[in-house]
Design a protein around this ligand. Structure first.
Ligand code: SF4
Length: 371
């Protein structure tokens, strides 16, 4: 399959790994954070860390939308779903995400709440059209990649005159999280230092490579935006090693087959008409970050479930034994969590990072190849 198999060529991977080994200076460290959970899974699945020399260390970042959703927002969704007349539509991963006391939407559904798994935002709009007697709420989460489909759903509901469709908005912004990690206000309280970033693939197709300009200009951190195949990631690592060796800090794009400097202007414009930054939004592991989440603009308040149903979010702690927050800041690895693989497994997850298909703990469980 073009653009897939050709990026999984073993001989080329060995060649890139040899170049990284040859160029990485044993006397220095290259702490590279892969922001995106998709990259974390690619790295684990293909055993890419096994190919890298000791000075090059990959650090898992907070780029898993399910993982970064804090417990208080999950609790709020569960309470919302339990209200009479409400139908909560959600993606599959979110169903098993633990809230306080290991409650979940799945348990709420078993207890009688009308919670339905959907595959797209438009599925939720279709339910609202079919069942006008129900108040249909779409549990909207994700980074810049998933916000445009949410905007499309709102536009569809508006065009069809639906008055029983709304969203519980939890969309978040990638640059704000990267900034938090670099500045270390909250994130680096564990002393995590990063020498460069492997930039996300899908998010960057929407926001464009220039969205990371601040990393280079303000913080002198190099970025290499990579695709999701093993050769993509290895090539991005090599680009970062070269930048660090040469004292450069530039925004480079390895994933040139999909990412442009300015991104998808049409999607950006659609999102900007409906959404605005929240003054502050809480992330699991990173705490409350300014301008890091989106909410609907007042003109679209009728589609905002938080406004319509006066949803209250009460901050709540993670399970006391769960290290998800520390893992999402890059300060711990999954296997360093004392619950990993014993009390916490994919069949009985304690934390979000084991539930999500993009979570670092799920990757470690599935492939067990992180070092
Ligand atoms: Fe949390 Fe489970 Fe991962 Fe530990 S193994 S950090 S409990 S998700």
């Amino acid at each position: 399959m073009k653009h897939v198999e050709e990026y999984r060529d073993g001989a080329l991977a060995q060649g890139l790994a040899a170049a990284i080994r040859a160029e990485a200076d044993p006397a220095r460290s290259y702490r590279l954070m892969e922001f995106c959970g998709g990259h974390t899974h690619a790295i684990a699945r293909y055993g890419l860390e096994d190919l890298l020399p000791p000075p090059v260390r990959l650090i898992h970042g907070p780029g898993c939308p399910v993982c970064v959703l804090p417990v208080g927002r999950i609790d709020a969704a569960i309470r919302l779903a339990a209200r009479p007349g409400i139908t909560l539509c959600t993606y599959g991963d979110l169903m098993r995400l633990p809230g306080s006391n290991r409650d979940s939407l799945l348990k709420a559904k078993a207890a009688g709440a009308d919670i339905r798994m959907v595959y797209s935002t438009l599925d939720a709009v279709a339910i609202a059209a079919r069942e006008p007697e129900r108040e249909v709420v779409f549990f909207a989460i994700g980074f810049e990649t998933t916000t445009p489909p949410t905007a499309v759903a709102i536009r569809e509901a508006e065009q069809n005159g639906l008055t029983n469709f709304s969203i519980f908005c939890n969309h978040v912004l990638t640059p704000a999280a990267i900034r938090a990690i670099v500045t270390g206000a909250e994130a680096a309280r564990d002393g995590v230092a990063i020498d460069g970033f492997i930039g996300p693939a899908h998010v960057s197709t929407v926001i464009g490579s220039e969205a990371y300009r601040f990393c280079a200009d303000e913080f002198a951190k190099p970025v290499a935006i990579a695709g999701f195949e093993p050769l993509d990631v290895l090539q991005a690592v090599l680009m970062l090693v070269r930048q660090i060796n040469q004292g450069r800090h530039e925004i480079e794009t390895q994933y040139i087959r999909a990412v442009t400097p300015t991104g998808n202007r049409k999607a950006q414009a659609l999102v900007a008409t409906m959404f605005e930054p929240r003054p502050s939004f809480e992330w699991r592991g990173l705490g409350a970050l300014p301008d890091s989440g989106l909410r609907l603009r007042p003109a679209f308040a009728r589609f905002d479930a938080e406004t319509r149903f006066e949803v209250e979010t009460v901050p709540a702690p993670d399970h006391p034994g769960c290290a998800c927050g520390t893992i999402l800041r890059g300060a711990k690895r999954p296997e360093q969590c004392k619950l990993f693989g014993t009390i916490c497994t994919p069949d009985s997850p304690v934390g979000a990072c084991m539930v999500s298909s993009e979570g670092a703990c799920a990757a470690q469980w599935s492939y067990g190849r992180f070092r």
